[in-house]
Design a protein around this ligand. Structure first.
Ligand code: P53
Length: 476
């Protein structure tokens, strides 16, 4: 048994976390560029603090990132050496439409991704493309309030029309919005939403979510029209919620927390707003303004597969004392006393991946694609840049094993697996370089010092062997 023969092994990155070149070849400024590292990061990514321009007091890690913009050939060659079958990357919207609302695209931006996809193909690597990985042109943020405006649907539609036509035959796998549920947790980073005093935050978030959901359905429609070979997926920041105790109230809390995230996928995969969400919105006084035809669009153009990121399971409780100790991370969760945690407090739970896969597969009955998983850790390289990252190998081996159990023992249909940050890149949550996920070490620190030199870690050869044996040999 084991994984399917055509299983898509690979790695994943996002434009803003690795490309750099933020102002090269006509690229416009995006929300993800103006997010600094440091204590202002959380207020900015959550839409509470307005920092729409660069200033001298802050460091902005996305401006140069790991400069994949100029190193991409070298980087893709390294991915190929590991035997990648697929490489998940994202398009920076503002390279193609620098302001977002133009009618004509920027040829240099289009050409850049065309070259990148061709480079992948040259090595037999299938690109898996995220259309938006948290990014939104700043012009759309400032002029329209980003996704709070219905007009964004049209601009996104233009982007989709252009890229599906241009990359026909080069790209077949598409994801519409990275971690679409991030709009609730980090609305500026996730969707360019910034809140003024007196704004009805919940109303704005859910209206913006509706716009993204409609845009996602339109993208799916166009993708299928342009090329019936195209496969379109939704993308969820997943991780099952466990009840802290068997107390029915805790169980109910975990259900509600799960639903808050599944809501998006329920719409994208089943094609309609679920009853529980309609009731919840009614209770909260949220009224979604729909245009004529929205419901039909959502129903007619559901996704082909379900993709998700998985780092950890989560825990729900109604106990006020436990709630008080809950860390204000992007995804708030109570500590699970049965699990170890990473240096950043992310709890490690391989079985949780199998549980999450089963939950999602039971719910949607469509093929799954794990497009992010991995361990963010501090690496200490020797003088040659070599890192003995056994901790990363252990984490990944345990998760691949859990994934294999879901396939072999439970019959889950899994298309592929791309580990997050296959080459070290900037952390989305913290802006650090120090939080590394890669098989490939990049010489750069939190302050932007370093040669940008790439070197292989121990996990590089390990992953190569895993791919070679189609996930049979996970030994270190
Ligand atoms: P970093 C939080 C929780 C779950 C997923 O995250 C998240 C985040 C954001 O921090 O985002 C995804 O870099 C996201 C990637 C991100 C990755 O997880 O904070 O799709 O862009 O880098 C890991 O360690």
């Amino acid at each position: 048994m084991g994984f399917r023969k055509d299983f898509l092994w690979g790695g994943a990155t996002a434009a803003n976390q690795c490309e750099g070149g933020y102002d090269k070849d006509g690229r416009g400024l995006a929300n993800v560029d103006v997010v600094p590292i440091g204590k202002d990061r959380f207020p900015v990514i959550s839409g509470q603090k307005k920092m729409f321009e660069f200033d001298d007091e802050h460091f902005y890690p996305a401006k140069e990132a790991i400069d994949m913009y100029t190193h991409y050939k070298e980087d893709i060659a390294l991915f190929a050496e590991m035997g990648f079958k697929t490489y998940r990357l994202s398009i920076a919207w503002s390279r193609i439409f620098p302001k977002g609302d133009e009618t004509e695209p920027n040829e240099e931006g289009l050409k850049f991704y065309e070259d990148m996809f061709k480079e992948c193909k040259k090595h037999g690597i299938e690109p898996l493309v995220t259309i938006t990985h948290f990014d939104c042109p700043m012009h759309l943020v400032e002029k329209y309030g980003a996704w709070r405006s219905r007009e964004l649907v049209g601009f996104y539609e233009n982007l989709c029309n252009v890229i599906f036509k241009r990359y026909k035959g080069l790209v077949k796998y598409w994801l519409t919005f990275n971690e679409i549920n991030m709009i609730l947790h980090a609305p500026f980073m996730g969707a360019g939403l910034y809140f003024e005093e007196g704004d009805d935050v919940e109303q704005i978030k859910f209206q913006a979510a509706h716009h993204e959901l409609v845009a996602s359905a339109i993208a799916t429609k166009i993708a299928h029209e342009v090329d019936p070979e195209n496969q379109v997926g939704c993308m969820l920041a997943a991780g099952a919620y466990y009840p802290y105790s068997p107390k029915p109230e805790d169980v109910w809390a975990s259900r509600s927390d799960d639903r808050e995230n599944y809501f998006f996928i329920d719409v994208q995969s089943r094609g309609e707003y679920p009853a529980y969400a309609l009731k919840e919105m009614e209770r909260k006084g949220i009224e979604i303004k729909m245009e004529e035809g929205d419901k039909e669009l959502l129903k007619a153009h559901t996704v082909d597969f379900i993709s998700f990121s998985y780092y950890s399971s989560r825990v729900s409780t109604t106990d006020p004392e436990l709630l008080e100790q809950t860390e204000g991370n992007i995804f708030a969760s109570v500590k699970n006393p049965y699990l170890e945690a990473s240096e950043w407090g992310w709890q490690i739970d391989p079985l949780g991946l199998r549980i999450t896969m089963n939950d999602i597969y039971d719910r949607y009955q469509k093929p799954l694609f794990i497009v992010e998983n991995g361990l963010g850790a501090v690496d200490t390289p020797d003088e040659n840049g070599y890192v003995e990252d056994d901790y990363r190998i252990d984490y990944l081996a345990a998760h691949v094993q859990a994934m294999r159990d879901a396939v072999d023992e439970d019959g889950v249909d899994l298309l592929g697996y791309t580990t997050w940050g296959c080459i070290d890149l900037v952390s989305a949550g913290t802006g650090e370089m120090k939080k590394r996920y890669g098989f490939i070490y990049v010489d750069r620190d939190n302050e932007g010092n370093g040669t940008l030199k790439r070197s292989k870690k121990k996990s590089f050869d390990w992953y190569k062997k895993v791919i070679e044996t189609n996930g049979e040999d996970l030994s270190n």
